[in-house]
Ligand binder design. Structure first.
Ligand code: BGC
Length: 417
């Protein structure tokens, strides 16, 4: 038997052991994966489940970063009508677990040894009091830049190794008449970019002090001010229409060669893949300048809600399929992320994916695997939202100086605590 067949047989066995005659063979999934690359990745899962005889009830809520999806989810859960599972990030899952809204899939987790395969840092979010209530689908990271190779060649650009070199590269693009930086001016995208700027400006220990420990001295330090100054420098390289633009449209600008670069999590790579672009040939991926060796992660998880008894078998099948080695490879190749299991071979990944996998392993071993503040992996949603509000207000000129930005940051974070 082939490896994949063996894996499928094993997973069907475990599901069969809990299946009952009147089980509902449907998986309801709430998610915000509506772009081309995201939808292609989700299809991998739909097809895996279809093979096992489960139908798919799609509950898409468009809106990058998942803000709108989280509002819908909250309403469904409050009405006592949660989906089988929902895409979810970091502290959102912990809140549902604390409120007793998640199911318990620990027996499957124990049987399959997930605790040995998934980085310990992530298990803080997938478990509650030692019980598994969510499964990690992938590991994304936000500190990447994505560049159009032809534009890079045209302007004679090379990989920028520091923030200043990055600004110099943007300047070259501007001089050549290309939009230097493709940004979607939505709070979550701007904050996602600022995560990288902070890690680059202050280093990872500073990032941890500020965002993981919420150390007030770090939050109002000169280094944080400098981070805002650096953000302000990037303003000069945006096109006039950036406000409100969706992230995937910004990626499309780079894909088409209308812009040189986008600073975005590696879901951007899913768009390049969907457009049949090849890493190293059509596009380039580098860590955000000054953050090599660091992984600012955000993992998509499926939160497994405490659904009715006749929906639990389908839920287990979903969890099982999601955690299989073959799925973790196939899905993440398309999504742009890397597997959430450390035992998945990198064979099928392109050079950005191979780098991503190696980076996660290295960062995980060296303490440089740290949650993204913008993506709800460093702090609970109220604090993450306070953070992105300040970043947005600063970038759009409502907060005028870096001094006021740090003062606002401290004030808003304290109010959100
Ligand atoms: C999610 C990604 C998604 C991106 C854009 C992020 O918060 O983790 O899976 O592709 O938002 O929608």
């Amino acid at each position: 038997m082939k490896f994949r067949t063996l894996l499928m047989a094993a997973s069907m066995l475990s599901v069969a052991s809990v299946a009952r005659a009147d089980d509902i063979k449907e998986v309801q999934m709430l998610h915000w994966w509506t772009s081309g690359g995201e939808a292609a990745a989700l299809n991998v899962l739909k097809q895996d489940l279809a093979k096992q005889g489960f139908t798919w009830k799609d509950v898409p809520v468009a809106g990058g970063g998942g803000g709108a999806a989280m509002t819908t989810l909250k309403a469904l859960v409050a009405a006592g009508n949660p989906p089988t599972a929902s895409q979810i990030l970091g502290y959102y899952a912990m809140d549902y677990a604390d409120a007793g809204k998640l199911g318990d899939i620990t027996s499957l987790a124990t049987k399959e040894g997930w605790d040995k395969a998934v980085p310990t840092a992530l298990q803080k979010f997938t478990t509650h009091d030692g019980k598994w209530g969510a499964v990690p689908v992938n590991i994304h990271s936000v500190n990447w830049i994505w560049l159009n190779k032809a534009v890079m060649d045209k302007i004679g650009g090379t990989e920028p190794k520091s923030f200043d070199e990055f600004v110099a590269l943007l300047g070259k693009a501007k001089a050549a008449g290309v939009i230097p930086l493709a940004l979607g001016g939505q709070p979550w995208q701007e904050a996602t970019m600022f995560d990288s700027i902070v890690a680059s400006t202050g280093g990872i220990d500073f990032y941890k002090k500020a965002f993981v420990d919420l150390d007030e001295t770090a939050l109002k330090s000169d280094t944080m001010k400098k981070s805002f100054d650096n953000l302000a420098k990037l303003r000069d390289y945006l096109d006039p229409n950036y406000a409100g633009r969706d992230w995937n449209l910004a990626t499309a600008m780079v894909i088409k060669g209308d812009a040189l670069v986008q600073v975005m999590g590696d879901w951007a790579k899913g768009e390049f893949k969907a457009a049949k672009k090849e890493a190293g040939k059509d596009f380039l991926c580098y860590r955000f300048p000054g953050t090599d060796g660091v992984v600012l992660y955000n993992t998509d998880m499926f939160a497994m809600f405490d659904v009715a008894a006749d929906r639990k078998a389908a839920q287990l099948a979903l969890a099982d399929a999601t955690m299989s080695l073959s799925f973790q490879s196939a899905f993440n190749v398309v999504k742009g992320s890397v597997p959430a299991r450390m035992d998945v071979p990198d064979t099928d990944f392109d050079l950005c994916g191979k780098k991503g996998i190696a980076d996660v392993k290295k960062a995980n071993a060296s303490g440089n695997f740290v949650g993204s503040m913008a993506q709800n992996y460093a702090q609970p949603p109220a604090i993450a939202t306070a953070y992105s509000d300040v970043v947005t207000k600063f970038l759009h000129g409502e907060i005028k100086t870096s001094d006021s930005a740090v003062a606002e940051l401290v004030k808003s974070i304290n109010a959100a605590k």
